[in-house]
Design a protein around this ligand. Structure first.
Ligand code: M6R
Length: 607
């Protein structure tokens, strides 16, 4: 999964290629590269590591050209070295690729038999070799050479080609991976998403499955999967690239954590009518005949879905299951016509979640998407879209998007409960009151981070951490552990505290820190007993609780972080904030790359 860009223009394209790649770094950042062509040659620069390394190289050795392609990589086949970085070149063909060619070893073997030499370990390079052969040995035109090659490829991909000496031709095509075209004045753009193109034009068109685009600076022809000319809708996008700055914050993650009071207010304003305690949600699928709700997501979105399940069964009384998107379509799940499927994804581009959505569509008619990126593939393919309105999330570790996913899951759930007459006026008002208090509670927690910094400092000395929670706070323990491991690289696991005695308790000794989330809830005493068991085995307990919990747990530990009291049902939202901060401060102590942690990418567009 990578980001690709292509530009054909009348003026120099290098600066724009780099700007576009900057926007695409969320899709991968382990190496990058660009290539241009002029009358007779290619001019390429590639670099391992972040885009900044490529920029440095280009400063020393600039390239010029009015047509070019660029790539930012998340390694799948081959190490993240300069040699494996895209664009890949043959004598006549330049290519950037997002996706995976599943039959590449087979293709490579057949090319090896023809004595074709490879310069990289990537799956991509076979494509350039195949197109080159069609051009030079079989005398095909660039369009036909690519078409013939495409027939041989298995897998999912988005490709953008340039050809040596052809200064007015880009070819772009997609199968599985997203690709958009941007229409400028005497220039045309290709990019993995709208945000990379919206820097240059707001007129965007999304290519559909199997589309094949022949792009000149004055004109684009789009052919469908049967190679018939087709008109795809051109839309005006509203991506506001101005907000993609850290402002006065050191990291995007820090900014995204600290802007949550404002973001929550915005989401509440979008979905609630505070004057009469009503939801503004007008259009949503009826659940009168729904036999089951299936929530699907990956990573943080999966944990948000777990909270959603607890809420839905508690409040709406509809049976609900939660699925890891990467497992869903391969385990032959039983999906019924009357099920309601809700996919949750910040980016709306996660390949596993998109695949799960497409699989579910074969069985039932109601597919909802809870997404942040409203122009995303998942949003476009779902029947119902519920935006989380979090604004762009750049830090790889999801923070504000998680909180907004929870909010939208709650709103949907409230709408379902109302339709089924399961939400009485009193409970509804309590929920409204609790929701409207969230911005204040978040502001309050964010103003008292001193104690959290101390806990983080201690945590950063450990190799392994356990997170415990129960009932609605169990998914928050899972999410807390995910946050900590992905940005501090400390091994961490979340457990339902009742599960401790079924195995993980064996890990507990004086060197095992435990983050316990236990405010006043119906299971407070049960969790407290689990924590006594931890204490009895000398585990280092760090307790996240409210005033009541603090008063009851004094003998368990002195390391207590006290949070304001909130509506019990909304505790997952409130307790996710100190988990985010804990991970952030620990990562600061460890000196890791907070916004772009190793081996990860913001948007996982391969399976
Ligand atoms: O864009 P999505 O919400 O579909 O992404 C799903 C996961 O890849 C994502 O939540 C990931 O787990 C985050 N890096 C967690 O912080």
């Amino acid at each position: 999964m990578c980001g690709i860009i292509g530009i054909v223009s009348k003026t120099e394209v290098l600066e724009k290629l780099i700007k576009g790649l900057k926007q695409l770094e969320y899709r991968g950042y382990d190496s990058s590269g660009v290539v241009t062509t002029n009358s007779n040659s290619f001019c390429r620069r590639r670099s391992s590591g972040k885009l900044v390394n490529l920029k440095k190289q280009l400063k020393e050795k600039p390239i010029s050209g009015t047509i070019g392609i660029g790539h930012t990589r998340w390694a799948t086949h081959g190490k993240p070295t300069e040699k494996n970085a895209h664009p890949h070149l043959t004598e006549n063909v330049g290519l950037v690729h997002n996706g995976i060619i599943e039959n590449y070893s087979e293709l490579k073997e057949s090319l090896n038999l023809k004595q074709v030499k490879f310069n990289s370990e990537t799956d991509t390079e076979v494509i350039t070799k195949l197109v080159e052969i069609e051009l030079t040995e079989n005398g095909l035109s660039p369009e036909d050479a690519v078409k013939v090659t495409l027939k041989k490829l298995k897998g999912s991909f988005a490709l953008c080609f340039i050809f040596r000496g052809l200064e007015n031709l880009l070819i772009a095509t997609k199968r599985g991976s997203p690709l958009a075209l941007g229409y400028g004045k005497n220039e045309m753009f290709v990019g993995s998403d709208a945000s990379s193109l919206s820097l240059f034009t707001r007129k965007i068109c999304y290519l559909e499955e199997g589309d094949f685009a022949i792009i000149n600076r004055e004109k684009v022809s789009i052919l469908d999967c049967n190679y018939n000319e087709i008109a795809r809708k051109i839309i005006q996008v509203s991506v506001d690239t101005g907000v993609l700055s850290k402002g006065s914050y050191k990291h995007f993650m820090q900014k995204e954590i600290f802007e949550q009071p404002a973001v929550i207010s915005q989401v509440l304003g979008y979905y609630l009518n505070a004057s009469d305690d009503s939801l503004t949600l007008q259009k949503y699928p009826s659940v009168k005949k729904t036999s089951r709700i299936i929530l699907i997501g990956c990573g943080t979105a999966y944990y948000a879905s777990l909270v959603g399940k607890y809420w839905i069964e508690k409040i709406s009384g509809i049976p609900c299951s939660v699925e890891l998107a990467s497992e869903f379509r391969y385990r032959e799940p039983i999906v019924n016509f009357n099920d309601l499927v809700v996919v949750v994804s910040q980016s709306g581009e996660t390949a596993d979640t998109l695949g799960a959505l497409r699989h579910a569509k074969k069985f039932c008619k109601n597919i909802c998407a809870i997404v942040n990126v409203e122009e995303s593939s998942i949003a476009r393919e779902a029947n119902w879209v519920f935006p989380i309105k979090a604004g762009p999330e750049i830090g790889v570790a999801s923070t504000k998007a998680f909180v907004c996913q929870l909010l939208v899951l709650m709103f949907l759930n409230m709408a379902f409960a109302e339709e089924l007459n399961r939400l009485n006026e009193n409970d509804k008002q309590k929920l409204f009151k609790g929701l409207l208090e969230l911005p204040r509670i978040f502001t309050d927690i964010l103003s008292k981070t001193k104690n959290l910094k101390k806990i983080s400092k201690k945590l950063s000395a450990y190799k392994s951490v356990l997170f415990l929670g129960r009932d609605l706070l169990y998914p928050i323990a899972l999410e807390g552990a995910l946050k900590l491991k992905e940005i501090s690289y400390i091994h961490s696991e979340g457990y339902a505290s009742g599960e401790l005695k079924h195995g993980p308790i064996a890990l507990i000794d004086k060197d095992m820190p435990i983050i316990a989330i236990n405010p006043k809830t119906d299971v407070f005493e049960k969790v407290n007993s689990n924590l006594e068991e931890v204490k009895a085995r000398k585990g280092k307990l760090f307790l996240f609780t409210d005033n009541f919990g603090k008063s009851q747990s004094g003998n368990l530990t002195k390391a207590i972080f006290e949070l304001p009291t909130c509506a019990a049902l909304l505790e997952p939202i409130v307790y996710s904030l100190p988990m985010q901060l804990l991970a952030y401060f620990t990562a600061l102590d460890k000196g890791t790359d907070v916004d772009q942690p190793r081996n990860l990418a913001k948007s996982v567009t391969v399976e």
